[in-house]
Design a protein around this ligand. Structure first.
Ligand code: SF4
Length: 536
């Protein structure tokens, strides 16, 4: 069987980082780890080709070669996923679909003609799909029996060799699935449960061995939903990872996602730094405690959030953080409070979005019960209006959102925030880190450096600030200059993206307000007719 694994396009989003990726000479941020894991679980005697549409188009030869097309997608990839299913069907292919979007809203996928739905986690449902194929079934929906979740200790090493390595800014691996917390808006716990399941340390090292053997020598994103969901097991991993990193002369750096309670475990942070974890994404959401309590993000209310950010940064791990506006009961000015918090804590990369109720989450169920869902189905990203009726006016939230985005990514503020962050980050280094490893000269890096210096050090009005900060960084923390410039380069993306946010949210808001006005007029005329009829 010839299988074409197809990964749909992402819309332009905060996370797509097009401009920055382009600067680095890459095509996409991270590869589709799910699809290469699927390829490892499916029968190994089948043939596989993978096309990430964020990297390139499918060739005619690939379409002709394939007998079956398998797609996997997240909710934000919905438009392109549906288009790809239709294209594959038009070409007479059998189509199987899995991943978070199909699992959450299977009917939307079957409506456009997918033949097989491989839902929930592949370790349990792919064998059911293969059995159906072997029996000659032409369609089917495969779900985990009794809502079971697989033990990931038997998940095979992903088929990394199917990837075009040069296209990606970072590689991705996964150690755990699930998260012990219960944030009301979170779909991770719906998809993967609240009991974190981890791989065995030796299993993950085998994946790193394979990446090393294939020649990967750059950054790796540990795509766990919450890397520290099971602290005991993560420490066991780090204990075995450290000698591996030393033996291989630190070939990779790591980044990951974690809950804020990371800040309370100095031993864990030190172990991560020693293993070359350079950055962590934290879900801070909002500095408003009432909102955090209401959304059940209690872990963020147990100690000071700004101290937590400071502790992690001081330990040597760069902090990226996510923020959300539009929680129930939220008071006017939430956008400003978020900007103030980001400025006070010097977080360079702050991901900001309006609250959305994702399918099947606790929030979605509550809002549905309260009759507050505004939009059916899912077309959700950072440039769509909230899909439910909030407790304060939607236009107020949308305007605060657009203004806060503008302010967060005002070039001068971003440059200074990044500079201050790298000062706090300090020079946490360990004796063995990188020792003996020569970084090969790279034209791509040199080209990126020259472009950053041209755009930020010559063209833009913040040029003096750029050179002053860079000179000072070179004096204080010369070892951190490379990654400092890497973060400075992100403003190229943010400047473009904040324009997109204002344009798209502004357009949808105008349509929403016009619709509201139309409804009011219609209601008023219905009332008038009713009064006239009563009078008659
Ligand atoms: S901490 Fe993050 S992953 Fe865990 S439940 Fe909350 S939002 Fe979801």
């Amino acid at each position: 069987m010839n299988v074409l694994l197809l990964y749909p396009r992402f819309p332009k989003s905060f996370w797509s980082f097009e401009k920055t990726i382009e600067l680095m000479g890459r095509k996409a941020l991270i590869p589709p780890l799910g699809l290469i894991t699927v390829a490892a679980i499916l029968p190994q005697e089948w043939n596989y080709k993978l096309v990430d549409l964020n990297v390139r188009e499918v060739t005619e030869a690939e379409w002709s070669w394939s007998e079956m097309v398998i797609c996997s997608a997240m909710i934000v990839q919905k438009p392109d996923l549906l288009a790809q299913i239709q294209e594959a069907k038009r070409r007479g292919k059998r189509v199987a679909v899995g991943g978070p979007y199909a699992t959450a809203l299977p009917h939307e996928v079957t409506q456009v003609g997918a033949d097989y739905l491989i839902l929930d986690e592949g370790e349990l449902t792919i064998p059911l799909f293969v059995e159906a194929i072997n029996q000659g079934q032409m369609s089917g929906i495969f779900r985990a029996p009794n809502g079971e979740r697989p033990d990931v200790t038997s998940t095979p090493v992903p088929r990394f060799e199917l990837l075009e390595f040069d296209a990606y800014a970072e590689m991705s691996v996964q150690f755990s699935r699930g998260c012990p917390f219960q944030c009301e808006f979170c779909d991770i716990i719906v998809l993967y449960g609240r009991k974190p399941r981890t791989k065995a340390p030796a299993q993950l090292l085998k994946e790193l061995d394979y990446l090393y053997e294939l020649g990967w020598r750059r950054s790796i994103f540990m795509v766990d939903d919450n890397f520290i969901g099971n602290k005991r097991n993560v420490k066991l991993l780090l204990k075995e990872l450290l000698p591996w990193m030393i033996e291989h002369k630190y070939p990779f750096s790591f980044a990951t996602e974690a809950s804020v309670d990371l800040a309370g475990d100095q031993e864990l942070m030190d172990m991560m730094v020693k293993c070359n974890f350079g950055a962590v994404f934290l879900g801070i959401e909002t500095p408003d405690e009432e909102s955090l309590a209401l959304t059940q993000k209690h872990q963020n209310t147990r100690s000071s959030l700004s101290e937590a950010v400071n502790n992690i940064t001081k330990s040597g791990i760069r902090v990226m953080a996510g923020f959300i506006i539009g929680f129930d009961g939220e008071k006017t000015g939430a956008g400003n409070r978020i900007v103030k918090f980001v400025e006070q804590t010097d977080i360079p990369t702050a991901v900001f979005s309006m609250l959305q109720a994702l399918p099947d989450t606790a929030l979605w169920h509550r809002l549905t019960k309260e009759g507050r869902m505004r939009v059916e189905g899912a077309n959700i990203n950072q440039t769509t209006l909230m899909n439910f009726v909030p407790t304060r006016p939607l236009e107020e939230i949308a305007c605060e959102y657009m203004d806060a985005f503008d302010e967060l990514y005002e070039p001068s503020k971003f440059l200074d925030r990044t500079y201050r962050h790298f000062l706090t980050l300090g020079t946490a280094t360990y004796p063995d880190k990188g020792k003996g490893r020569k970084k090969p000269f790279s034209w791509v890096v040199l080209r990126a450096l020259l472009i950053i210096c041209w755009r930020q050090g010559v063209v833009r009005s913040t040029r003096w600030q750029f050179w002053r900060n860079l000179w000072s960084m070179q004096q204080i923390n010369p070892g951190g200059v490379g990654s400092y410039l890497g973060v400075c380069a992100q403003i190229e993306h943010f400047l473009e993206y904040r324009g997109i946010v204002r344009r798209e949210i502004g357009t949808q808001l105008a349509e929403f307000l016009a619709e509201e006005a139309r409804l009011k007029v219609a209601e008023a005329s219905v009332e008038k007719v009713a009064v006239a009829e009563t009078a008659a």
